[in-house]
Write a protein that binds this ligand. Structure first.
Ligand code: F3S
Length: 392
């Protein structure tokens, strides 16, 4: 790979140990994927933040990098293993909390913004069309590539951190326009109404076309929250971290000749497959983390009601702040529902605490089943709140 003088100097350690290690990671990755050069990035999203996933070895690595590492571009963090302020109320042990705080301290020392969220595009880390970025977190990567038109590979924690500490990423995959073209036309022959329909669409596309990039046609309109739901599910169920929707997403695309069709019956069947029988004992909204619009709807649905089951609303802390100003937080907390900022049901250590979870996220269904062994029930936001309040 051809390096600039500055990149060569970083590789030789002239900008410190963390930059040297980072360049070693990036050049090794570039060699594996046949990249000819590194490209400058404008933004980074680092995944692999939960102590539950990192363990002591991961924490040690981060503390080592934090000795002299400093980020060169805007860098945000994925959810951690707990709400950094409200962890006690969410049942997290002090031992876990202590380790998780050390992880966040190491990231902070490197100059990373420590608002831990999988929707960084709602809190100011929102790249523009055509920008090269380096993001981890599959749902955010897919949203950035598809809905925002930015260009990123699906990074792991170490490679995204390396990009943050050098301001570079290897140019391969979705960084190159030739790799961003659609390969299968997906015609949706029914109207999609809510986030579970979009989640089911992602489930079907992922399962039916595997690792080919879809151009979806037949969708007349979609809100950003619905596209967030689709971004999370499509990549979870096997598709690449890039899709196009004719008339909605910003990338210019040529129609491919291979085609599949999806009917209303297909969408219903997909939703059935994401519903396990059982008595709900946990309700979770905010996978990916809630937007301010979603918090407004949840507040409206919970107004004057009381939840009878453990209910978490996951969102980024700055979005919760906005919701506070609009009066949503008071309404939601008066109902007994709890905010879980900085975290979610997958990265928090929840195994064994619950049996059956109601959720409005197809991605959440996959990881709730796989990671925590929960029974999972995909339901709309309205139905989840009905569940939480016992139909009150
Ligand atoms: Fe975000 Fe956790 Fe869902 S990281 S996308 S809320 S599984």
């Amino acid at each position: 790979m051809k390096l600039t003088q500055e990149e060569q100097e970083m590789l030789e350690g002239k900008q410190g140990n963390a930059a040297r290690k980072s360049m070693e990671i990036l050049t090794a990755l570039g060699d594996i994927f046949g990249a000819k050069r590194l490209v400058p990035v404008t933004s980074v999203q680092v995944s692999g933040v939960s102590y539950a996933n990192l363990g002591d070895a991961g924490l040690e690595y981060l503390e080592e990098m934090a000795k002299d590492g400093k980020v060169k571009v805007l860098t945000t963090l994925n959810p951690a293993g707990m709400d950094m302020e409200n962890w006690k109320a969410l049942g997290i042990s002090p031992e876990f909390a202590e380790k998780q705080k050390k992880v966040i301290d190491a990231f902070a020392k490197m100059g990373i913004q420590t608002t831990c969220t999988c929707t960084p595009y709602f809190i100011g880390n929102r790249p523009k069309k055509g920008e090269h970025i380096s993001w981890g977190e599959s749902s955010a990567v897919t949203f950035a590539n598809s809905v925002l038109g930015a260009k990123t590979s699906k990074e792991g924690g170490p490679s995204a951190l390396a990009a943050a500490l050098t301001g570079r990423t290897p140019e391969y995959g979705f960084h190159l326009d030739k790799n961003r073209q659609a390969q299968v036309l997906v015609e949706v022959k029914t109207d999609l109404h809510d986030e579970t329909d979009f989640g089911a669409l992602g489930y079907l596309v992922g399962k039916k076309i595997g690792n080919k990039i879809p151009l979806i046609i037949g969708i007349k309109k979609a809100t950003e929250d619905q596209l967030k739901s689709l971004s999370a599910s499509i990549v979870t169920y096997g598709a690449p971290a890039l899709f196009h929707i004719k008339g909605i997403t910003p990338n210019e695309i040529i129609e491919p000749s291979e085609k599949i069709e999806l009917s209303a019956a297909d969408i219903e069947q997909a939703k059935k497959e994401m519903f396990d029988e059982g008595e709900t004992d946990f309700v979770l909204l905010g996978c990916p983390h809630c937007s301010i619009e979603e918090l407004g709807k949840i507040a409206n649905l919970l107004k004057g009601k009381k939840v009878t089951k453990e209910t978490w609303i996951c969102t980024a802390r700055p979005i919760k702040k906005q919701a506070e100003e609009k009066g949503y937080v008071r309404i939601i907390e008066e109902s007994g529902a709890k905010f879980a900022c900085d975290t979610c049901h997958v990265v928090a250590p929840l195994k064994g605490r619950f049996k059956c979870v109601a959720i409005n996220s197809a991605k959440g269904v996959f990881y709730g089943r796989g990671k925590n062994n929960f029974k999972m029930q995909l339901k709309t936001q309205e139905k989840c709140i009905e569940d939480a309040t016992g139909g009150d």
